[in-house]
Design a protein around this ligand. Structure first.
Ligand SMILES: *[C@@H]1O[C@H](CO)[C@@H](O)[C@H](O)[C@H]1NC(C)=O
Length: 363
């Protein structure tokens, strides 16, 4: 969950993230990981965490971890219950919302648990967090950011990087701890759940659920005075299937900036387009009327112009995506971002782009 600097975006940045991030843990023996997992499960039992899931490598999410149902779960049924005592949590206060300071503070708390090592009551949770921070564009170099082909977005990334640095200053982080603190900050930003009461919490186990939009069966979470619950999505879950959480109806920009990944199909995405005379229109997938594209002729034309002005075409990006095995993770994400935006623009323009956008047509 993230955070954001931009006030209005902030609301509802719930949801966690997990796992599709970072290089596979090749160096670590599978045995060590297994031990950590067992210790974590024992800790979860001791803290009254109730669950109908196990943690597993999730091959569908790029090799990260995920939750797998250990029994059949009905739509809306409780899948995981985590008592508040087993969460790292900040009650809501207005000061915490200022400049999203809650994230800096929660990161300091998490970092302190890490420094306490085995003395921390949360040690098994901390040990079981991803070893790498999510690879958000704040961690990319400028050449990689340039591959996004979007100066406005690059500027937002820059502002977010400035915000991250302010957290370091505000929390008086010792220079010896900067790298670790930043890792925890990015983990906090991509994993914190925001309750309706404005509380923010890191919730063991639930924060391992990968994202799926509710249309695709993603579940939701609820925070009450006792516990945090993960509830199954509208389709229910078969035993052995992945249990997912809808991280919210965000744009691809938000997902990439705050979670470090571009969802495969993002029905909640939108793109801003200049339609002459300083009119900026935000176009989303639900505005598109089948193959004809957007209702308004001037918007169709503006979308086509924006596509034309881009450094690469949709077809070129599609071809690059198919030869992607050579690229690193940031290059892949930049390409997926461009492709997602261009697919939306091409559909809004009513251009059938080599069949490429059909993969994104949800209707
Ligand atoms: C460029 O980025 C801005 C900010 O994230 C976004 O609003 C806009 O839709 C993006 N446009 C394109 C064409 O990617």
């Amino acid at each position: 969950m993230r955070v954001l600097l931009i006030g209005s975006l902030l609301v509802g940045f719930v949801a966690s993230f997990s796992a599709t991030v970072g290089p596979p843990r090749t160096q670590r023996s599978a045995e060590a990981a297994q031990d950590e997992l067992e210790t974590f499960h024992k800790w979860a039992d001791d803290h009254g965490i109730e669950r109908k899931v196990k943690i597993q490598q999730d091959t569908t999410a790029g090799g990260g971890r995920g939750l797998i149902a250990t029994q059949r779960i009905e739509p809306g049924e409780e899948v995981v219950k985590v008592p508040l005592d087993a969460t790292l949590r900040l009650e809501h206060t207005p000061e915490l919302d200022l400049d999203d300071n809650w994230a800096g503070i929660l990161s300091r708390i998490l970092h302190q648990e890490f420094l306490s090592g085995s003395c921390s009551p949360f040690a098994p949770y901390v040990a079981n967090l991803p070893k790498e921070a999510p690879l958000t564009p704040c961690r990319w170099n400028s050449a990689q950011r340039h591959q996004l082909h979007n100066d406005t977005f690059v500027q937002m990334i820059h502002e977010n990087s400035q915000w991250r640095k302010r957290q370091l200053t505000n929390q008086n982080v010792d220079h010896l701890h900067v790298v670790d603190y930043m890792k925890y900050l990015d983990l906090v930003c991509s994993r914190t759940l925001k309750g309706c009461d404005g509380s923010r919490q890191l919730v063991p186990l639930i924060d391992i659920a990968n994202h799926a939009p509710s249309e695709a069966g993603g579940g939701r979470f609820v925070v009450d005075r006792e516990a945090v619950y993960l509830l199954a999505g509208c389709r229910g879950i078969q035993e052995g299937q992945a249990v997912t959480l809808d991280y919210g109806a965000r744009t691809v920009d938000d997902f990439l900036l705050h979670y470090g990944f571009v969802p495969h199909r993002c029905v909640s995405d939108s793109v801003s387009v200049n339609v002459g005379d300083a009119e900026v229109v935000s176009i989303c997938w639900s505005d598109i009327r089948g193959y004809r594209g957007h209702d308004r002729e001037d918007i169709r034309q503006a979308c086509a112009r924006l596509l034309d002005s881009s450094a690469t075409s949709l077809e070129e990006d599609a071809a690059l995506m198919n030869s992607m095995s050579l690229r690193d993770e940031a290059d892949q994400s930049a390409l997926s971002y461009r492709y997602a935006k261009k697919s939306l623009l091409a559909s809004a323009a009513g251009i059938q782009g080599g069949g490429a956008q059909s993969a994104f047509t949800f209707r």
